[in-house]
Design a protein around this ligand. Structure first.
Ligand code: HEC
Length: 115
């Protein structure tokens, strides 16, 4: 009895740690983040994120850059340029998630109301 309870607890702790490490937001929060990036970041980086006032954030344009760099730019902005810091809007793990998605090719926004 006690032994299986301990195993269950260990399993739960392990699962929690895996989620925290991978920095995966809930499906609802990822949908919000996708909308935010497409709209707020898109206002400078272009509706298709292929560049505007800010440079292209397309996968090809970011080739050779890493998640840590992109997450840091997103969190802190680039002082002296129009690129603002997003630390008030995005947790560190969310900034990392956005950076990972950009490197993979950012997902399209899914509108639930779409026919
Ligand atoms: C007010 C305009 C503006 C907004 C809004 C904005 N950016 Fe930027 N961003 C810029 C500009 C301008 C640069 C280039 C700065 C420079 O280096 O001259 C930049 C640079 C970047 C870079 C570095 C690109 C590279 O190739 O090194 C990343 C990554 C980035 N932005 C991501 C984002 C994300 C993600 C968002 C939304 C959460 C966002 N930006 C919102 C203006 C903006």
């Amino acid at each position: 009895m006690v032994r299986s309870a301990i195993l269950t607890l260990a399993g739960t702790l392990f699962a929690t740690q895996v989620v925290a490490q991978d920095a995966v937001p809930t499906p609802a929060r990822s949908a919000q983040l996708v909308r935010m990036v497409r709209q707020d970041c898109g206002s400078c980086h272009g509706m298709r994120l292929t560049g505007g006032l800010g440079p292209s954030l397309a996968r090809e344009a970011l080739a050779g850059k890493n998640t840590e760099y992109l997450a840091a730019v997103i969190t802190h902005g680039i002082p002296g340029t129009p690129m603002p810091p997003w630390s008030a809007m995005l947790s560190p793990s969310e900034a990392q998630w956005v950076a990972e998605q950009l490197l993979r090719g950012f997902p399209e926004e899914h509108r639930n109301s779409a026919p």
